[in-house]
Ligand binder design. Sequence first.
Ligand SMILES: Cc1ncc(C[n+]2csc(CCOP(=O)(O)OP(=O)(O)O)c2C)c(N)n1
Ligand code: SF4
Ligand SMILES: [Mg+2]
Length: 363
Amino acid sequence: MAHEVVRHQLPLFEEEGRSAAVDDAAGRDRHYLPDFPDEDPYAAGHRTCAGCGPAIQYRWVLKAAGNDSVLAGPTGCMYVANSTYLCTPYTVPWAHTPIASGGSFTSGMAAGYEAMIRKGRYPGAYPNIIVMAGDGSASDIGLGSISGALYRNHDALFICYDNECYANTGIQTSPTTPYAGMTTFTPFGKAIPEGKKLPPKNLAKMMAEGHPHCYVATTTVGYPTDLMNKTRKGLNHVGAAFLHCYTPCQKGWVYQTSMTVELGRRVVEAGLFPVWEYDPESRQYSYFHPPVQRPVTDYLALQGRFGHMLPEHIATMQQAANLNWQTLGMDVPARLREGEDPEHHKRISEESYSMPLNRGVGA
Ligand SMILES: Cc1ncc(C[n+]2csc(CCOP(=O)(O)OP(=O)(O)O)c2C)c(N)n1
Ligand code: SF4
Ligand SMILES: [Mg+2]
């Protein structure tokens, strides 16, 4: 007799709840909701750099998923920095996979749990099965195996933590490294003054368009509630789900360690990383419209990897951002339109460093 496969349904966090999280007595703007779970399956004691964006993402994903989770991690910083011999920061089962096989390994786990539960050989509910792969793995070396798993619709959440480079091997360019992003494989110089010439691969759109039966979403470490809710939506979706998460890499991007979450908001406000959700039922995209629209310089000037950019490179970046605003269905303000002209810019190295805005709670 086949046993029933019981699946979790994780409740979503109140997005508007942020309005309840008013400034505290010290006047601090609280981005964290008081009702976030206490459980922390990604415990303290890992060895990532201070301010590591992927580590923040790992923690929030696992808080959202909870203790009945099973994880896989292909090779990358979040494998190497998190695990030493006989030691990991996870309080839930975790396995390392080769960099190319995060998708196929996770397919096997999903199929295995389904089969064991049906045969009565695993007593619990179907666990939250998650793989978190770097951009080098998810958009390049392991793309085929993740695409295969999405196509076959295995019931698991496939996450790309995107630090826009092959970080662990020394900050080499990956397909998601942005135009003009300096890496050890895209140095700037006389021949190629912008460093990287190619625009980034649009991984999330590729996954949504190519696997229209899957739940697909983008998010950043700038928006904890959004990140945690999309994690839960992806897990609640019966079948394959893909989450593309922007996660700054302090070492590779060269910025102040305290600015990781700020960058996660700025990249959205600069129009360089659209945040959206794709609904496989309606086959529609819903786009987040940030309340602030900034020139790309507000984002670029915070990071050493863009420090070599010349006016014409900044104008190219602003053109790309303006196209994104149009995709989102937002107007392009006149001052951002003017930024498409190189005459409008100085070199990035001459820009003054702009400090974070106080956007107010919930913005
Ligand atoms: C087939 C294969 N090629 C190359 C490597 C070397 N390698 C180990 S970690 C890594 C970087 C992975 O980059 P990414 O997936 O973006 O994760 P990150 O290090 O940025 O967290 C590479 C190239 C490998 N382990 N396997
Ligand atoms: S190199 Fe980047 S991704 Fe790797 S641990 Fe450091 S900050 Fe995190
Ligand atoms: Mg990476």
